[in-house]
Design a binder for this molecule. Structure first.
Ligand code: NAP
Length: 527
């Protein structure tokens, strides 16, 4: 469906606003089905735009100290806070999210920027990062090695997913800009409006140097071709597109550094010693329900597989189902709605098809669709009610460990021994996060030893942190985000660790006097 009368959003590239000359793609309200805006980048001179960012934006950013770039991030925070109401409105209309879910995206982005502004301030007036101590290489103590990290003299291209148009931009842009690397963002088309609007507000406020921040909306054709050896690309999206990015000549031949965040079948694991109705049991139930319903399950970190001792299978299904029954689904503008829509009717079709695939190996333990939608037409709205599936035979299952259904869907699976539980969790072949629920620190330590290598994050929930833990699916800027294997093998955030992606490490072998002079320009890198 195309709506040629919907307003066309301009791109910002080469320091100027530019509209595509093609018909563009229309963005829709996923609840009402109404056309909203169009995006298009046909006819844009990408080579010119990338060169402008690389040369003008990069030079201007690198001329600043970490502290000064951190101050820029703080200015961006102010701009976003000033315009927050507009973002909320766009999120309701284009992402179909209730206010709390929109906040995860909008305020999550602002919080992450603020965090990096604080971290950057502490790096002071340095212009490079000193990695480790000096190392003697022979008998002569005067000739030593110092590893040093300098910002790459390229652009950072972000190709983002549809589920976090706000946070997805800023969680990557904050460490990039703090590093001194200009950003070009290509948001996923379905929800590009919020990203475009945030960039527009920051550009119009004039807080960043020319070329530091650009936005290209619409088709992805030609973006990877524009990359040169010192550029970096950070991709978030499906494993299929990730394969194309990885095999593109920019990465395969020109060694463009590449970070991939892709599909993930995250797990929740209950300690075998936990009993029904105990605090740890209740914490698992609460977290699973939250993860299934926040942003309608459209979070890369959402719990997809739930592992409990076999004796608790029925009780867990019953407890999760009882809580899910309180989730009203429908139009986010209606106060009675707790969970809004998926981002598009296309995603609706994908989720319905995904549930059908999972059902070939699982039974339905809870299905909220009988309750109907609040204030929304089921023929038009991209609303899916929460569905809890389950199988008594997780060992024999295949697709349940392979297919990520990007919606309010999870599968409950019983295990027969602790060793089998770890084996089943690992069948996800690398995930962003596993959460474990237990009263027992020794069990948590064992679970970490078994699961850490296949997970970017292990989130342990015990009764003593019931009110203070940050949530299975919440990505905190101080902790690493990313996962091995199926999850893409990427690493983001983790405080100052994120700066590593945007810097090049060099071994400087020189005299003590030369290294003293170098050290005066740097600050120890202590992530
Ligand atoms: P997608 O179809 O792979 O799209 C992701 C991005 O890639 C979009 O901006 C898309 O643009 C662009 N793209 C599509 N084809 C491309 C190509 N040939 N070359 C370059 N770019 C291309 O993924 P999605 O369906 O939007 O995202 C959902 C997936 O993202 C889920 O599977 C989820 O697990 C994953 N995800 C992971 C994380 C994480 O941090 N690990 C976070 C969020 C989501 P268009 O929109 O214009 O097609």
């Amino acid at each position: 469906m195309h709506a040629p009368d919907a307003p066309l959003l301009p791109n910002f590239l080469a320091g100027r606003w530019q509209r595509g000359i093609g018909p563009g793609q229309t963005l829709f309200d996923p609840v009402l089905g109404a056309p909203l805006v169009r995006v298009d980048n046909t006819g844009l001179d990408l080579a010119e735009g990338f060169a402008f960012a690389r040369e003008q934006g990069g030079a201007a950013l690198r001329a600043l100290r970490y502290r000064e770039r951190a101050a820029l991030l703080a200015e961006v925070v102010k701009v976003l806070q000033t315009n927050r109401d507009a973002y909320d409105d766009i999120a309701t209309r284009n992402s179909g999210t209730v206010k709390n879910d929109s906040a995860v995206d909008i305020d999550g982005g602002i919080f992450t920027l603020s965090h990096y502004a604080r971290l950057g301030e502490a790096l002071g007036d340095a212009t490079c990062l000193l990695d480790g101590e000096r190392i003697r290489m022979g008998k002569d103590p005067l000739f030593q090695t110092q590893h040093v990290l300098n910002p790459t003299r390229g652009v950072a291209l972000f190709i983002n997913a549809f589920n976090f148009p706000g946070w997805g931009l800023w969680e990557k842009a904050a460490p990039a800009l703090l590093s001194g690397v200009p950003v070009i963002v290509k948001p996923a088309t379905a929800t590009a409006w919020l990203t475009q609007r945030m960039v527009e507000d920051v550009v119009r406020a004039g807080v960043l140097p020319a070329g530091a921040l650009s936005v290209i909306c619409g088709a992805s054709a030609g973006l990877m071709d524009a990359l040169q050896p010192f550029d970096v690309v950070s991709f978030t999206g499906s494993a299929d597109t990730a394969r194309l990015i990885r095999s593109h000549p920019a990465v395969a031949q020109r060694s463009v550094r590449c970070n991939i965040e892709a599909d993930s079948l995250n797990s929740a694991l209950l300690d075998p010693a936990v009993t029904e109705g105990s605090e740890a049991f209740d914490l698992l139930v609460k977290e699973v329900v939250r993860e299934m319903t926040v942003k309608s399950g459209q979070k890369c970190t959402a719990i997809r597989r739930v592992f409990v001792p076999r004796a608790l299978y029925a009780a867990t299904a019953q407890a999760i189902g009882a809580k899910l029954a309180k989730t009203t689904v429908g139009n986010p503008r209606n106060e009675a709605t707790r969970m809004g829509a998926l981002v598009s009717r296309e995603q609706f079709d994908n989720v319905v098809a995904g549930i059908a695939k999972l059902k070939t190996e699982a039974e339905v333990l809870y299905d909220g669709s009988a309750a109907g939608l609040v204030d929304a037409d089921p023929v038009v709205a991209a609303c899916v009610a929460p569905v809890l599936l389950g199988t008594p035979d997780p060992v024999g299952a295949k697709v349940l460990h392979e297919i990520e259904v990007f919606g309010p869907v999870a599968t409950l699976m019983p295990y027969d021994s602790e060793a089998q539980a770890y084996e089943l969790v690992r069948r996800g072949e690398g995930s962003l996060v596993a959460s474990v629920y237990s009263n027992d620190p020794a069990f948590i330590a064992r679970a970490v030893a078994e699961l850490a290598d296949s997970h970017g994050r292990v989130h342990a929930i015990s009764p003593d942190v019931a009110t203070s833990h940050t949530g299975h699916g919440n990505v905190m800027p101080m902790s690493l985000h990313g996962g091995p294997g199926r999850a893409g093998g990427g690493e983001e955030l983790g405080g100052l660790r994120a700066l590593g992606f945007y810097h090049r490490r060099t071994a400087v072998q020189a005299s003590s006097a030369a290294l003293d002079a170098l050290a005066a320009t740097g600050v120890p890198f202590r992530p």
